[in-house]
Design a protein around this ligand. Structure first.
Ligand SMILES: NC(=O)c1ccc[n+]([C@@H]2O[C@H](COP(=O)([O-])OP(=O)(O)OC[C@H]3O[C@@H](n4cnc5c(N)ncnc54)[C@H](OP(=O)(O)O)[C@@H]3O)[C@@H](O)[C@H]2O)c1
Length: 274
């Protein structure tokens, strides 16, 4: 089928669903949208999208149905009454969820004659369709090969395997890394603020360049056994972490912001103990 002419139906017009529809419309795709609560499609309709008044109508209007809803439960709830309409067709699920939820959804849909391509959106609404955005997909390779050029405008398609749970797996794992960094950044600016430093200057001139310099070491050095190599000098690292924790206590930084430091200190002490 000609990529340009493949009709796409999007279920869900939250912040992300609207961004996906917008990027697809900008690329000239044929887009139909549906949302549980009406009234969110106005701008998209003005740009050429069709608004379906029911899930069934949306599914019928598309060659490809894309779900971008809140969570797995909302996907199940939305599809349950309409799934016979999807029989023989394809669902691309860009709703975040767990690995098991993705696998179970694939099994449930397969039993109804529907093929599932699972997805994980590695973008936020303002970056959808930009050069940095990429989308993880998992499921049958032939399905990915068909879907990738159709949904290419939302972000670079990246297939991570046949297992329908793998898109969710890599998505959740990558988010875990991001939230860890985010927790570190929150702790850092709180410490600076509490001791009277200028947070904006610190962020711009110190934190960002420091984190950029260290990023390859953080990612490259990550280890599944939490093993700390000797050349990493765990005793020095443990002392360093104790210093940061002392500085934080002196400044009255709330203890719940320091969980990542305590877990790193525990690893270093364990490495020192051998
Ligand atoms: N926003 C991001 O930065 C981002 C980034 C990556 C991935 N994602 C993922 O993208 C998905 C959508 O996120 P979002 O930012 O668009 O969330 P959102 O703005 O909160 O929108 C949630 C959407 O789900 C719908 N919904 C919720 N419960 C429903 C139900 N029981 N039945 C039918 N529809 C239901 C809502 O419809 P109503 O309007 O009727 O409430 C709305 O369309 C999530 O899985 C999220 O994890 C988001």
């Amino acid at each position: 089928m000609n990529t340009q002419h493949e009709r796409i139906s999007i279920l869900g017009l939250g912040a992300m669903g609207r961004a996906l529809a917008s990027a697809l419309l900008a690329a000239g795709r044929d887009v139909t949208v549906w949302n549980r609560t009406p009234g969110k499609a106005g701008e998209l309709v003005a740009r050429g999208a069709r608004e379906a008044s029911s899930v069934e109508e949306a599914i019928e209007a598309g060659d490809l149905t894309v779900a971008c809803l809140l969570n797995d439960a909302s996907v199940r709830e939305t599809l349950a009454p309409a799934v016979p309409k999807l029989a023989g067709g394809t669902l691309v699920n860009l709703t975040s969820g767990s690995v098991r939820q993705a696998r179970e959804l694939a099994g449930w849909l397969e039993g109804q004659g529907v093929r599932l391509l699972s997805g994980g959106i590695m973008a936020v609404p303002p970056t959808v369709g930009t050069a940095g955005a990429f989308i993880l997909y998992s499921g049958a390779r032939d399905l990915f090969d068909r879907v990738a050029p159709v949904l290419g405008p939302i972000g670079r398609p990246h297939w991570v395997g046949e297992d329908p749970g793998f898109a969710a797996l890599y998505d959740m794992a990558a988010l875990s890394g991001m939230y860890g960094m985010s927790a570190g950044a929150d702790h850092a600016v709180t410490l600076v603020h509490r001791e009277g430093g200028d947070v904006e200057t610190f962020k711009r001139e110190v934190l960002q360049p420091w984190m950029e310099q260290m990023l390859p070491f953080m990612v490259g050095g990550a280890d599944v056994t939490a093993f700390v190599p000797e050349e990493f000098n765990p005793a020095m690292q443990a002392t360093g972490l104790e210093n940061i924790l002392s500085a934080s206590e002196e400044a009255g930084v709330p203890g719940d912001l320091a969980g990542h430091l305590r877990s790193s200190l525990w690893r270093m002490r364990r490495a020192v103990a051998g």
